[in-house]
Write a protein that binds this ligand. Sequence first.
Ligand code: ADP
Length: 532
Amino acid sequence: MAATGYPVLILKEGTQRTYGREALRANILAARVLAEMLKSSLGPRGLDKMLVDAFGDITVTNDGATIVKEMEIQHPAAKLLVEVAKAQDAEVGDGTTSVVVLAGALLEKAEKLLDENLHPTIIIEGYTKAMEEALRLVDEAAVPVEVEDDSVLRRIAETTLASKFVGSGPERDKIISMVIDAIRTVAEKRPDGGYDIDLDYVKIEKKKGGSLLDSKLVRGIVLDKEVVHPAMPKRVENAKILVLDAPLEVQKPELTTKIRVTDIEKLESFLEEETRMLRDMVEKIAATGANVVITQKGIDEVAQHFLAKKGILAVRRVKRSDIEKVAKATGAKIVTSLRDMKPEYLGYAELVEERKVGEDKMVFIEGAKNPKSVTILLRGANDMLLDEAERNIKDALHGLRNILREPKIVGGGGAVEVELALKLKEFARSVGGKQQLAIEAYAEALETIPTVLAESAGMDALETLLKLRSLHSQGYKFAGVNVLEGKIEEDMTKINVYEPVLVKKQVIKSASEAAISILKIDDVIAAAPPKK
Ligand code: ADP
């Protein structure tokens, strides 16, 4: 048979396929519905959502990141938007709601252009140009922050925690001091004045008991574990640390296997064999020069005994995430099989010691090869308080990291969006042609943020927007909506409402890319749902 040149798609029965404009409209609608839903949670006066899962469990929150994580979303285009929002949260820990709202607005404006018969390709090109210009304009509008000054960092952390922290005065001060100390320890200055910060180096360990004021910052790693055997040393200086992801046990025969032992000598030789193997393992470890063993797996009692005899301190069943942190901090390579052990795989710390914390014992690893690792050891009366404190600390750490990485801010409360919109409209005129329409639409989409914030404050949205536009054209680049007092502010940074440029740029990038990806799809092939 001669080839026809047409590919033949064979689809399962029940598969749904939508093409071209129809597919595009359906995707835009789905993404807009999601954005519409999140709109009312934007900003400090955002309303709560009540989420009920399949088991009837209820979450009440106005945190965009939590909402998108908990919601069960079916439509692929809306799912794509959720993924982008989650990535935003994972990367900068902020701006999730803004991303979804802005992407929704970009798609709403795009739909209007489609109605006017503008081709999706033109819209995509216009949006891409607008995004690039917007990113440049954010930098242009930004003002520097004096991050060398601890009191500035303190004020930033206070703003992040203002609406959040349960505790009052001294507890909050304590938390902020620890957070600043921790972040200063892990921060590495770049030649351009910003800092590189890897928050993996900051570990938070919670231990019930005492009060928040008993919490402290440890320069090193704290493991919520005891030394495994009482005869082992509790303190090792100049620690050479073997970090293991392998058991120090002899593989036991399957439970169902019966070993027939006919005489007592055979039993003895069987046990002796096991003991010999364990002793060999320990000998091998000692031969590398290790005096501390930290393993993710178990350690047999007989092996513990031999380790103790060699003066080796050992800790077992350590969480994977902690194993990784220990390896990173001490410069160890995680060994997964005793056969691959080499002295150069050992990590180093000045001191490994078991200490009493409240009623329990914990293992402290201090003066590690890489001095950048720290642990915030949190104390508190109950689990709820500890969890809340941990969340607050993470928020503050993210907030400071975002500013330290790029020490510049722009006005919040919709200020920067109005500024960008104004400048983008000028830019659109300079581009001209059909793309001009798309760039103008992009600018209008940005104005959704101040509009939604004004609505949440009970203000007249249109009137507010007109006033803001006029202020911005007079040069008030940070004029925005003071949501809490329901009025316009000439400079949002004066009332401490600002956003790190890093976050704002990420919001612009994520939202634009999500909208553009959705505009690019013109064919949806959906498999039939499985039959019940
Ligand atoms: P996101 O998940 O996007 O961070 P939020 O609900 O935290 O969403 O809202 C962030 C928006 O609210 C930003 O545009 C920010 O500038 C604005 N905002 C925060 N606090 C205020 C305030 N007091 N007045 C006006 N706008 C504010």
